[in-house]
Design a protein around this ligand. Structure first.
Ligand SMILES: C[S@@+](CC[C@H](N)C(=O)[O-])C[C@H]1O[C@@H](n2cnc3c(N)ncnc32)[C@H](O)[C@@H]1O
Length: 391
């Protein structure tokens, strides 16, 4: 089966690397993710183990599409009774750039927005099933039994099944968050990019709800991020009905492995945050992930923290200033730069989302990677600390 594992902008090469490490060979690495040919067992493996990808999608069909009518007709080309029964729930999402009408001024049947596009696909599915059985599935946007994704590209559309049902960043450990939590998949991408594997200490001086710390521990200890969450495919009844049991068997193995791996863990991961309420949330999340004995967090100011041992990797996303005022956040970056310049032998990987960060921090970075944090363009900057301040 043709599978697309989607990735947030800038993380697709890292995701391709992770797929390779998991024994899943990428066929292509387009701008929006990684394409692979996988069987059901490999799809289950990807769903339970992938940490950087946002969704694992299974392709159903691909057709030319210039508007609502061709979208509806294209969606009818799938035999939906293979995938969904009338008593199950359905959600359809649409993504990508919608096609423009062929003739200028031809507005009829134009796909004007993604909600309309998803409704046309939903109509085709429901009409086909009602015609055959007299009944149709009901729509449920959260936790549907079957989730279909329509992806638009140029003058074509492809339809995909989403066997997870909800995005893969929902690992099941995060309840409480701080003000600006990092998405779990982006945190995993940053750890991957840092090439930290648990062999040296790791510190997140702005740990917030603990996402970087938890994802780092999971990667270092080889814990499958999907070991504790639910998957829509567990409710599939016809084609792909074997996927649910394959996922559940993999999860059971991975939960047993996690127990062993956590009990033997010998890694040094710690976090600081200035805000005690946020730290309380971090402790809850860390405990939910089963990592209370592995990760230490305490209150601390990143501009006065004790110098980490040489070799330590500092990985974090400092505040972008949504809560601090403009001058205050710049003052924070300046104080960080002055204090961290003394951390000889340490490396820092910082997710910079503020136009004034480089000048205020004042150290020269070794390399960088363009990413997005939600809709915000950000840059992951890699610093080797202990050199002179440049400006
Ligand atoms: C962008 S958030 C980090 C989010 C975190 N990565 C997560 O996933 O929840 C920045 C965090 O820095 C903390 N903070 C702000 N100033 C700080 C300082 N001087 N020292 C330590 N933490 C600080 C805030 O309380 C906030 O939790």
């Amino acid at each position: 089966m043709r599978v697309l594992i989607t990735a947030s902008a800038g993380t697709q090469r890292l995701l391709a690397g992770e797929c390779g490490d998991l024994g899943l060979r990428p066929k292509r690495v387009p701008a929006h993710g990684v394409e692979l040919d996988l069987d059901w067992g490999q799809i289950a493996h990807a769903l339970v183990h992938i940490s950087i990808g946002q969704r694992v999608l299974i392709r159903l069909c691909h057709f030319p599409c210039d508007g609502a009518d061709s979208l509806y007709e294209g969606a009818l080309s799938v035999d939906w009774s293979k995938w969904i029964d009338a008593d199950q729930t359905l959600a359809v999402a649409a993504t990508g750039r919608l096609p423009k009408p062929r003739q200028p001024g031809a507005q009829r049947g134009q796909l004007t927005h993604h909600v309309f596009a998803s409704q046309r696909v939903k109509d085709a599915i429901c009409d086909q099933l009602r015609e055959r059985s007299g009944r149709r599935p009901s729509v449920q946007l959260d936790y549907p039994d079957v989730r279909v994704v329509a992806r638009f590209h140029g003058d074509a559309c492809s339809l995909w099944l989403d066997p997870a049902g909800t995005a893969l960043h929902r690992r099941g450990y995060r309840g409480d968050t701080g003000a600006a939590p990092l998405r779990e998949t982006l945190a995993a991408a940053i750890i991957y990019a840092s090439e930290w594997h648990g062999e040296r200490p790791l510190v997140d001086p702005f740990c917030g709800s603990g996402t970087v710390l938890i994802e780092a521990a999971q990667l270092a200890l080889g814990l499958a991020p999907g070991r504790n969450r639910g998957f829509a495919a567990s409710g599939w009844r016809h084609e792909g009905a074997e996927l649910g049991p394959l996922i559940e068997a993999a999860q059971e193995r991975e939960r047993a492995h996690a127990k062993e791996s956590i009990a033997k863990a010998n890694i040094d991961i710690r976090g600081y945050d200035i805000n005690v309420d946020v730290l309380r949330a971090a402790r809850v999340n860390i405990a939910r992930a089963g990592l209370a004995n592995v990760i230490r967090v305490e209150q601390g100011d990143a501009t006065r923290m004790p110098p980490p041992a040489p070799g330590t990797a500092i990985i974090c996303n400092p505040p972008y200033g949504e809560r601090l005022g403009g001058d205050e956040v710049i003052g924070l970056y300046e104080a960080m730069g002055r204090h961290w310049a003394e951390f000889t032998g340490c490396e820092a990987h910082l997710l910079d989302g503020h136009e004034a960060f480089i000048d205020a921090f004042g150290l020269e970075w070794a390399d960088s990677l363009q990413l997005t944090n939600g809709s915000l363009p950000v840059v992951l900057r890699h610093y080797r600390l202990g050199g002179r301040r440049k400006w």
